[in-house]
Design a protein around this ligand. Sequence first.
Ligand code: G6P
Ligand code: MG
Length: 220
Amino acid sequence: VYKAAVFDLDGVIADTARFHYLAWKKLADELGIYFDEKINERLKGVGRMESLEMILEKSPRKFTREEKEHLAEKKNGYYKDMIEKMTQEDLLPGAGELILALKGRGVKIALASASRNAPIVLKRLGIEELFDYVVDAARIKRGKPDPEIFLVAAENLGLKPGECVGMEDSTAGIEAIKRAGMFAVGIGDPQILKKADIVLKDLKNFREILRLFDNQVESI
Ligand code: G6P
Ligand code: MG
């Protein structure tokens, strides 16, 4: 029986995956490193420093620890500029409706985002109060595809992973959900999110997700 929905943020609830991409692209262009949307698929769901390492793989140059920290901070500056003007309008279609409908059914809501900017984004979207638990990205030791962040979410909701449905737009995230032992809903392209239990193009069709929670209620 599913009792909770554990959401990724960037690319699931908000269109911020696009901002992360544009901010990395700007940095890569400045460094003269090739970067495109295809390479970006690998970065989705992955933490800031690890993402930077993936971009720098394409450079013949070696960067020191300090240089890398400076570059990561630079990207974060670009990203912060981009999210500054976000409002409730920037919720992806169906996301707000889904969360409200789930809450109406007594389903617990958690956020499992690797982004340290997640609390700011939730605030800008005006939905922070709808969450029963938001994982603090800074306290997660192993990033997605490790299941840690999803396991921490379930534990803090007081639920077993098998009682949770995870939602993700990244391959790393879907793998993390499956390794945690949750039901995985992929948001995006089924060709990319192959390991998901079901894949939806976006949350406009959120009734498909509500069905996961509704069918079981009838069978009790
Ligand atoms: C999420 C996004 C990634 C981003 C990571 C860290 O997982 O999908 O694109 O790199 O969070 O975000 P941050 O805001 O902490 O740099
Ligand atoms: Mg994401």
